[in-house]
Design a protein around this ligand. Structure first.
Ligand code: GLC
Length: 423
């Protein structure tokens, strides 16, 4: 009878292999994967509306491997929710290539939602060094850096010049100008992205890092937030709202709302990604020609930005993984990376573009951005990063609305983050 068991086991193995093949290689309704064919690319909101034209460039020359763009919401958290719901559908998932936030690589890789990639197929050596690290998990490459990002402080050059004041390098200088100069011109002082979502996690982390603190250590294994520096960082944001130099309305701002407020001439200072500089200086913007950008300030000199941006990953269920890799190689080519900047107003990942004199002339903030990228700190690499971020958003928002003191907020952060890591 033993052979029957053995045969049964063999059959079982065969069934597992076959179903595994269908599940990982192709959608249930489409038969087994061939390496090449059409595909979809899912991305968070394309705020500068450029990606369609870039993908058209590929589609024109690759008629049998056309890519269809699926645009998800502007908010990083909503996009995260839609992508993870889709990926959990396994073989029925709709997305082949995912333009994921740099902070999601570990989570997506740990769940087996995205597939390891062959380093040799992509120009990793020409990228800015820290961005490659955001695309690796467990020493494997799981995505390819596509766009990077660092926060900048945008300011009204015209107003500071009239007052004979230099752009702020420290929090004290920022606060002083936001409190005393902004009201003279009928403006609000300072804003960032303070709605509870990933943007607030970024702003809070920047305040904490700028004060010399940290949130998690050892790739998310250790909670390090219980420090004077972290309290000082959160106090900077909470004090702004309490004292009125951060307007209450900023507690509802994501990237776009805060950019609009600055562009409409309602703010003296804005923390945002460089795309906001480009939008606000474009022809037709009420503040065009009247703005400047400097590194984010900190307690006693320039602070530290969080490293932003996105990586391109291939779904474990991608229909045509070879075409997916070929498209990613195209999107990270020198030509398309240039378009990322010139059409998309987004920071490219290829290092040499930051030194290109023609680009520096057209995008005068590039040297400042390069410097901010050099010192930018990545978000903690944690397979539970989504939960880490939810904790930070909730607690920091409570501190900014005055429901909790910064000291109590830091203690609660330490407690809740420890609970996330031990789960
Ligand atoms: C930008 C950044 C991204 C960040 C998000 C927060 O899209 O590139 O890394 O998570 O903003 O809102």
């Amino acid at each position: 009878m033993r052979w029957i068991h053995a045969a049964g086991r063999g059959l079982l193995v065969l069934v597992v292999i076959l179903t595994g093949y269908v599940a990982s290689g192709a959608r249930a309704d489409e038969g087994p994967a061939s390496g090449r064919g059409p595909m979809t690319l899912a991305t968070a909101g394309d705020l500068t509306g450029y990606l369609g034209s870039v993908l058209d460039g590929w589609n024109r020359t690759h008629p049998d491997e056309k890519v269809t763009l699926v645009e998800l919401p502007d908010s990083a958290d909503e996009t995260h929710a839609q992508m993870t719901t889709d990926l959990r559908a396994g073989g029925r998932s709709r997305f082949d290539i995912l333009n994921i936030d740099v902070s999601w690589t570990s989570e997506f890789a740990a769940h087996g939602w995205i597939r390891p990639l062959d380093r040799g197929r992509f120009p990793l050596g020409s990228f800015l060094p820290p961005v490659v690290d955001t695309a690796t998990y467990d020493r494997q490459l799981y995505a390819v850096p596509y766009v990077t990002n660092a926060g900048l402080l945008l300011y009204r050059k015209d107003i500071l010049a009239k007052e004979g004041v230099d752009p702020p390098r420290t929090w004290a200088e920022l606060e002083r100008a936001a409190k005393t100069i902004a009201p003279k011109y009928g403006l609000d002082g300072y804003a960032g992205q303070f709605l509870p979502y990933e943007g607030l996690t970024v702003n809070a982390a920047e305040a904490v890092y700028s004060a010399g603190g940290s949130i998690l250590g050892d790739e998310g294994e250790r909670v390090t937030v219980n420090s004077t520096a972290a309290r000082e960082g959160i106090d900077f944001l909470a004090r702004g709202v309490r004292e009125g130099w951060i307007p209450k309305q900023a507690l509802t701002f994501k990237e776009e709302e805060s950019k609009q407020a600055f562009q409409d001439g309602r703010l003296l200072f804005l923390r945002n990604w460089p795309y906001a500089y480009v939008g606000a200086s474009a022809k037709g913007s009420p503040v065009s020609g009247r703005i400047g950008a400097v590194p984010l300030p900190g307690p006693d000199g320039p602070g530290r930005s969080v490293l932003g941006g996105s990586n391109l990953a291939v779904s474990a269920h991608a229909r045509h993984p070879d075409s997916a890799a070929r498209l990613i190689a195209y999107l990270t080519s020198e030509r398309v990376q240039r378009q990322v900047l010139t059409r998309g107003a987004l920071p490219p990942v290829r290092a040499d573009l930051y030194e290109d004199p023609a680009l520096v002339r057209e995008f005068p903030y590039l040297p400042t951005l390069r410097e901010s990228l050099r010192t930018a700190a990545p978000r903690p690499k944690s397979p539970r990063y989504d939960q880490v971020s939810l904790v930070v958003q909730a607690v920091v928002h409570d501190a900014m609305t005055g429901h909790e003191t910064p000291a109590a907020a830091v203690r609660r952060l330490a407690r809740e983050l420890a609970a996330v890591s031990s789960r």
